[in-house]
Design a protein around this ligand. Structure first.
Ligand code: 13P
Length: 250
């Protein structure tokens, strides 16, 4: 059976103390979670402290991004090895906000994936189309291109340590969610794509998460789809009760 995952991408939200408070609330409430692995991705300044607080708890830790360089003169950047050292085991890569605002290409994301894997961080790699691409029914073409580019030269051994997140850009932070049928259709397409590259066993084992206005009121019907293995949650991951309710929606 595939790992079911609910990951919270906090983005650039919460003060330091609000962040610590949220983590403590999540720890308190996370005992109820039976069928999902819980991951949080707070801003970098919280990574080390978060790692200490969640040690031996039911929650794992991700970075929201890392550099495509191993080290050097890259002001403001954080390397994969630094994230690992700070206590993260996962890293979100290729988020649409990184692609749109910081001009990240599939080539750059591919470099980040390789560095993350070398540093034993499991990448959660994001793909998804923008609104006009969906309106022109180009979502399959766009997602296929992103997957091909991001996974260039990634070996069958390494793909086993990667999680895919489908996040239609038109659904992120907009309150508009993909319908369960829309999500299932493209998740199945992604799984078929992985099958074509890496074979059936790997495709059947890879977790594919949905992201984009996922909340307690729609998580159940999204997660009920056979190819939706959980969610990458933005806004609703900032409220402990909502995030836990989503994680209990399998
Ligand atoms: P929202 O859940 O706020 O739409 O954000 C989704 C997202 O971008 C998670 O990475």
């Amino acid at each position: 059976m595939r790992t079911q995952i609910v990951a919270g991408n906090w983005k650039m939200n919460n003060t330091y103390s609000e962040g610590i408070d949220l983590i403590n609330q999540l720890i308190e409430k996370s005992d109820s979670i039976k069928d999902a692995q819980l991951i949080i991705a707070p801003p970098y300044i919280l990574t080390s402290e978060a790692a200490k607080i969640i040690k031996n708890k039911n929650i794992d830790l991700a970075g929201q991004n890392c550099s495509n360089h191993p080290d050097g003169a890259y002001t403001g950047e954080i390397s994969a090895s630094m994230l690992k050292y700070a206590g993260a085991n996962y890293v979100i890569l290729g988020h649409s906000e990184r692609r749109a605002y910081y001009h990240e290409t599939d080539q750059i994301i591919n470099e980040k994936i390789k560095l993350s894997l070398e540093n034993e961080l499991m990448p959660i790699i994001c793909c998804g189309e923008v609104l006009n691409e969906r309106e022109e029914n180009k979502q399959f073409e766009i997602v296929a291109k992103q997957i091909n580019g991001m996974l260039k030269e990634i070996s069958p051994e390494d793909i086993k340590n990667i999680i895919i997140a489908y996040e239609p850009v038109w659904a992120i932070g907009t309150g508009k969610t993909a319908t369960p049928d829309q999500a299932q259709e493209i998740h199945l397409f992604i799984r078929e794509k992985i099958k074509n590259i890496y074979g059936t066993e790997i495709a059947n084992n890879i977790s594919i998460l949905y992201g984009g206005s996922c909340k307690p009121s729609n998580a159940k019907e999204l997660f009920a789809n056979p190819d939706v293995d959980g969610g990458l949650i933005g806004g609703a991951s900032l409220k402990a009760d909502d995030f836990i309710e989503i994680a209990n929606s399998f």
